[in-house]
Design a protein around this ligand. Structure first.
Ligand SMILES: *Cc1c(COP(=O)(O)O)cnc(C)c1O
Length: 385
């Protein structure tokens, strides 16, 4: 066993796929410090910088003082407290849904949704680039997993047609895709779902807080009430931690009774739930900040493509700079580090072979450094990377 593991690790290293965890002092901040040097943070998912906002921190502290450091048990046992109800009520109203339920992470929320709502009789039609937690949820549910080509609605329709006699059908998609920053074709998905009688489950992890005045991509394009289940996370633009599902009263009631990742896990610590409440309060006062981030991202994408970089179909604050080989992506990362910018290099198997890339996550609290960001990329181009 040990020999096999060592061989496998050697193979990973030989393919330039070895993953390390960079030593960071404050990974979510505007700057990251590595080895005593400061770099502008263009890699975290703290897109709105909310983790540093005073009122959000205060809500976390208040919850910590009031309830202590742990919840002590699962929600079903004694791990429930009033702050949870506040958060779920706020989340439901924010998503304009009847009810919401909070989970220990976005990952746990996706496991909960698919294992509870889908079973052997269900066919789940899932975009090929959907997040790993959706894939794991579908696998664990025992449903038939039918993957359609990324954002290819003709492929999705052909598959729905092929299985049109199946009674239970679900279409599952990210709204903003995490490695490409592009968006799903929600208009087409809604009309196909209605035509073929399928339920729609969307994952708004990267859209929450940013699109639709913070409410998500489905709200941005006015289709929120045509979607059956809205899932998302507090851990990205909302600067906190934990996942949520917002939906009808019946579905939420069902999840609470069926979802093993909800029932058999200690609930979130109070400080985390407090931070999420604080983030929703903050956004209610400043719903326009996500739109401001999106405008800046559009400007940066335009600049990058003008100077010759490939940014794919990104429509969001996630900007891929596709470079091809793994080595080139690592060289690019090193070059930008030398200019004081921290941008993650993403390699297979996270993205397809020969599409290794930089994944730049723009964030609201670095917009005053836009000129520096642009000139670093220009110099990188001039250096032949
Ligand atoms: C990050 C992410 C998740 C998981 O959320 P966590 O709260 O980090 O566990 C789920 N879906 C998508 C699309 C994500 O990007």
């Amino acid at each position: 066993m040990r020999d096999k593991i060592l061989r496998e690790l050697e193979k990973i290293k030989a393919e330039d796929l070895y993953r390390e965890m960079p030593a960071m002092t404050e990974g979510a901040g505007r700057y990251v410090e590595i080895g005593g040097l400061q770099y502008l943070n263009l890699s975290s998912n703290n897109y709105l910088g909310l983790s540093g906002v005073e009122s959000v921190r205060e809500e976390a502290e208040k919850a910590l003082r009031q309830y202590g450091t742990t919840s002590g048990a699962s929600r079903i046992v004694t791990g429930n407290y009033k702050l949870y109800d506040d958060l779920e009520r706020k989340t439901a109203s924010y998503k304009n849904c009847e009810r919401a339920l909070v989970f220990n992470s976005g990952y746990a929320a996706n496991l909960a949704v698919y294992t509870s709502l889908c079973g052997r009789e269900t066919h789940v039609f899932s975009d090929k680039l959907n997040h790993a937690s959706i894939i794991d949820g579908i696998r664990l549910s025992g449903a038939k997993h039918i993957r359609y080509k990324h954002n290819d609605m003709a492929d999705l329709e052909a598959l729905l047609e092929k299985y049109k006699d199946v009674k239970e059908k679900v279409i599952a998609t990210d709204t903003v895709f995490s490695m490409d920053g592009d968006v799903c074709q929600l208009y087409r998905i809604v009309s196909l779902a209605e035509k073929y009688g399928a339920m729609i489950i969307i994952d708004e992890a990267h859209a929450t807080g940013v699109f639709g005045r913070g409410r998500g991509y489905a709200h941005e394009i006015g289709l929120a009430d045509r979607v059956d289940v809205h899932m998302g996370t507090f851990s990205k633009a909302l600067g906190s931690f934990g996942g949520y599902v917002a939906s009808s009263e019946v579905i939420i009631d069902y999840l609470r009774n069926k979802a093993r990742s909800f029932i058999y896990s200690t609930s979130l610590p109070p400080a985390v739930v407090g931070a999420s409440v604080g983030a929703l309060k903050y956004l209610a006062k400043k719903p326009e900040i996500g739109g401001r981030l999106l405008d800046a991202a559009e400007d940066l994408r335009f600049y990058l493509s003008q100077i010759g970089f490939e940014t794919g179909m990104s429509m969001s604050q996630i900007i891929p700079v596709v470079l091809g080989g793994n080595k080139r992506a690592l060289l690019a990362k090193e070059f930008l580090l030398s200019k004081g910018l921290y941008v993650a290099a993403i390699r297979p198997p996270t993205v397809p072979v020969n599409t290794a890339r930089l994944r730049l996550s723009l964030r609201l609290d670095v917009l005053d450094e836009m000129d520096r960001i642009k000139s670093a990329f220009k110099e990188m181009k001039e250096a032949g990377i």
